[in-house]
Design a binder for this molecule. Sequence first.
Ligand SMILES: [Zn+2]
Length: 152
Amino acid sequence: MNLTPHFTLEGLCASSTAVRLGIDNTPPDNLIANAYRLAEGLEEVQSVLGFPIHHDSGFRCEALNTAVHGAPTSQYVKFEAEDFTCPQFGTPLEIVKLIQGSTIQFDQCIQEGTWVHISFTENPRREVLTAHFNGGKVTYTAGLGEQSSRLT
Ligand SMILES: [Zn+2]
């Protein structure tokens, strides 16, 4: 089902982890409005980047979220967040910088290791964060910064 010209419901639910674990990652009907909002946001992101984005981690049904040890309140469960890269445009730092300087009404945009996390909600905060990975623990600092440790 097409949500916007470049994003389908199936594409936003695609998860290699779900496939591997045999989990049916079909969203409930009450989240379809959120799926549209996310797709519209990703359209805007793609148009400012000027290149297609690659994503593999977005919506998580409860079974998938439990399997990946996600927080129960995760925006993924509400169909509000997506992780993506855009290698043709540049690094996650460059991508977040561009999105921060745009007029896109995102909720959170996080430089999250080797990818970018973005979410779209009813009341967007336009919060920019940098994730730091320390021995399996993730902490976040406000704004754009260098990663404090290297991902392995
Ligand atoms: Zn994420």
